[in-house]
Design a protein around this ligand. Sequence first.
Ligand SMILES: Nc1ncnc2c1ncn2[C@@H]1O[C@H](COP(=O)(O)OP(=O)(O)O)[C@@H](O)[C@H]1O
Ligand SMILES: [Mg+2]
Length: 316
Amino acid sequence: MRPIFILHENEEWVMPLHAEFAQRGVEAQEWFLDQDYVAFDKDPRPGVYYNRMSASSHTRGHRFAPELAKMALTWLEHAGGSQVTVVNGLRALYLETCKLSQYAALQKAGVRTPKTRAVVGREQIVVAAENFAQWPLILKPNRGGKGLGVMKFDDLDALRSFVDSDQYAEPLDGIWLIQQFIQSVEPFITRCEFVGQRFIYAVQVDTTGGFELCPADICAVGDAACPVGETATVATAKFVLSERYHGHSIIGRLETFMRNAGVDVAGIELVEDKYGDVYAYDVNTNTNYNQAAEAAAGGRVTGMGAVADYLIALAR
Ligand SMILES: Nc1ncnc2c1ncn2[C@@H]1O[C@H](COP(=O)(O)OP(=O)(O)O)[C@@H](O)[C@H]1O
Ligand SMILES: [Mg+2]
């Protein structure tokens, strides 16, 4: 069996995956990508390389981790061949850090996405919103993460006063998205999990508490920047496995999207409006799973278990 390498920048998110490997008698290695070098003058070691770089790395002080991951994946994919397998390669990383590209790829696969405009320049935000005619609207960074900086505005005045205020801060890559707000009938979004480009399960996430929706169990208790819940109990009820989209045509379209876009593992967030139209608005190629929700559903399927099985099969 070839070795398995996990490329990442957040130890806590990798621990549940190591536990699944351990249960299967396998030990995976890590490549921690914050600051390091990529020896493009040499060949990489044979192995399966699983990229878990996250768009929110800057919130953990790893400002240039995605840029380093880009170098690493370029090197690994260039080596390629039968000995080096990359899971969630360069194209997945590109989507992870660019929501507009997600929407382009989703639409190509027949998946509905909210009407969106990309804006660079503080003065341009109000200009772009003026004739957008979709109120309320969402303003969010193109390179997102954990819902940080995602805001809803009811009218132009509210948007203008935010843009003119001291609270205004440029997004990481300078790109804002102005987006149609999809009003869901029930107060939740659904996150569909895919491993090896195949649907695993969907989890329903309660949105009444706000916009930051990282399902990682660790965020539920420790991460001050992620108000998923003050206590583990609150967070547990917030994530519930759902059969809502089992057998729904959206699943096949999302699998097509993943095949076309070269994404192997992802959690894709959906919101449904009062007409029953389903919109995809966020693709997380670095996906986390809520273990409490999995356990509450009987524990038959675990996201990280599916990832471990998939990587082991590739390594063999
Ligand atoms: N167009 C939208 N309509 C309704 N709610 C939205 C929309 N975009 C984002 N949200 C809400 O904000 C949350 C965070 O937005 P998202 O695009 O997923 O950003 P991030 O990449 O930071 O997770 C979503 O989970 C959802 O609850
Ligand atoms: Mg999201």
